[in-house]
Design a protein around this ligand. Sequence first.
Ligand SMILES: [Zn+2]
Length: 102
Amino acid sequence: MKTVECPYCREINHSSAPEIMSGCAYCGGSFAEICTENQTLVVLDRNKASAWELAEDLMAEWLEHGELEKEAIVDRRLGNEKVEDSDRRKYPSGLPRTLHMV
Ligand SMILES: [Zn+2]
């Protein structure tokens, strides 16, 4: 189990697969946290009206704290299960398409 901080309510969640979008145990907001060799991506739910603003706020906060390896992104695929399924086949790692553009 890994611990991940919810980007919405800041509560600590425990997850065995934080890289898969799932709801926060406290506020129910969907997010994922993907760790690569030199980067941590926090994926926000684009169905949240404030997702883009939150992403900017988080980035500014991490910059302030010197957490330069962290990046907040908004998942553009949420709400379209079919696209997500075909993405999974194309990318067996289960990582979102955005990661491949970094
Ligand atoms: Zn939460």
